[in-house]
Write a protein that binds this ligand. Structure first.
Ligand code: NDP
Length: 340
């Protein structure tokens, strides 16, 4: 680890993971769960998914301190049928629950061609791509979605009833890293909206509505009793609805509109559910699947798209693995102080 003259600390992924794990353990997370959530958070920072990297640590800590999430939870995995697994995360973080159930999902997808993993009562406070990348690296196609905290209204609505409800999709690509996209179904993330309000910047018309349901470019009016809107009008709204159906109704978790942590001052993590679908694309003799996807990527790039989803993230990871993960000194000192 080195301190450079521009007051940046560069830290390896392993060192950052250990540091974050110490923080989690200090605030009541079991050693096993801490290792998993810390690796997830450090991975987001390493790959430049900064909205879900160390920036989230104060939110994790204040949720743990509030008693809203159980850092020691051990999920219950229920082998429901040939290709269906239900998981009760028991009010714990989603990633340890996922990690416990994943070997069974992979076994089922390998044996039967597909597996559905329905997790309920879980707190997902991160990006979704880390949940899927290992699957795509092992040859599986995977899809995941998570419901969240109500801050998005449907078109025509004025009340926030849906979460920012992200969807992620991952596929193997022959001879290359998996292609993964992972984004919210809202026009903008809640975090970006808050930053715009703090900086006094306007947002594009269509981003959200005020408390009266009128379009506004003023982020403060969206935050003050208004709501974000889904991206793409009725199309994004339908996708968001699908996330509520699959990640909440199907899993047995709460809808975004039902999450109520008002009795837990400081709580920030959404307690809903997560759905993961794992498919073995080679089933039935389709051995050329990954090379067909590689061909498709070539066609798309040749048509002029210079950046495909996850390109930037892999480039950022490569640089971080070579040079260390950059953290500004203040952030690094804050993390150190959270261990004491
Ligand atoms: P973005 O709008 O930034 O889109 C991110 C995705 O689109 C990535 O796959 C990214 O690839 C790709 N991408 C971005 N720009 C381009 C471009 N110009 N050309 C091609 N591909 C592009 O994401 P959001 O702000 O909507 O979401 C950010 C994260 O927040 C996600 O990881 C999501 O899972 C997470 N989230 C989590 C929630 C939760 O409750 N847990 C709630 C809402 C969001 P690349 O990674 O390479 O940049």
């Amino acid at each position: 680890m080195t301190n450079s003259s521009d007051r940046q600390t560069r830290i390896s992924y392993d060192d950052l993971t250990s540091l974050l794990a110490r923080i989690f353990v200090r605030f009541g997370v079991s050693e096993a769960n801490a290792a998993i959530v810390a690796a997830n958070c450090a991975g987001c920072e390493r790959d430049g998914s900064l909205s879900h990297g160390v920036f989230r640590m104060p939110g994790y800590v204040s949720s743990l301190r509030s008693g809203w999430v159980d850092g020691k939870a051990v999920a219950a995995v229920l082998d429901v049928s040939t290709a269906f697994i239900r998981v009760d995360a028991r009010n714990g973080f989603a990633q340890p629950a996922l990690s416990l159930a994943m070997p069974l999902a992979v076994e089922k997808a390998s044996k039967f061609g597909a597996a559905v993993l329905a997790i309920k009562d879980s707190h997902h406070f991160s990006a979704l791509w880390p949940d899927l990348e290992p699957l795509a690296r092992n040859g599986f196609v995977a899809l995941s979605m998570v419901s969240g905290l109500a801050c998005v209204a449907p078109p025509g609505g004025r009340k926030a009833v849906m979460g920012t409800n992200p969807i992620a999709f991952a596929t193997p690509v022959d001879g290359a890293n998996p292609m993964i996209f992972d984004f919210a179904t809202s026009s903008m993330s809640n975090g970006d909206l808050r930053i715009a309000a703090r900086e006094g910047r306007g947002v594009p018309l269509g981003t959200g509505v005020d408390a009266e349901g009128e379009f506004t470019e003023d982020p403060s009016r969206i935050l003050d009793g208004g709501a974000l809107l889904p991206f793409g009008g009725h199309k994004g709204s339908a996708l968001s609805l699908m996330v509520e159906v699959l990640a909440s109704a199907l899993t047995g978790g709460q809808f975004s509109s039902e999450v109520d942590f008002s009795a837990h001052s400081g709580a920030e993590t959404p307690k809903t559910g997560q759905l993961v679908i794992v498919i073995d694309p080679r089933r039935g003799g389709n051995e050329v699947f990954a090379s067909r996807v590689a061909q498709l990527m070539d066609v798309v790039r040749a048509s002029g798209q210079t950046r495909l989803p996850s390109d930037r993230r892999y480039r950022t990871r490569e640089a971080a693995e070579r040079d260390g993960i950059p953290l500004n000194d203040e952030t690094y000192q804050n993390l150190l102080s959270m261990t004491r």
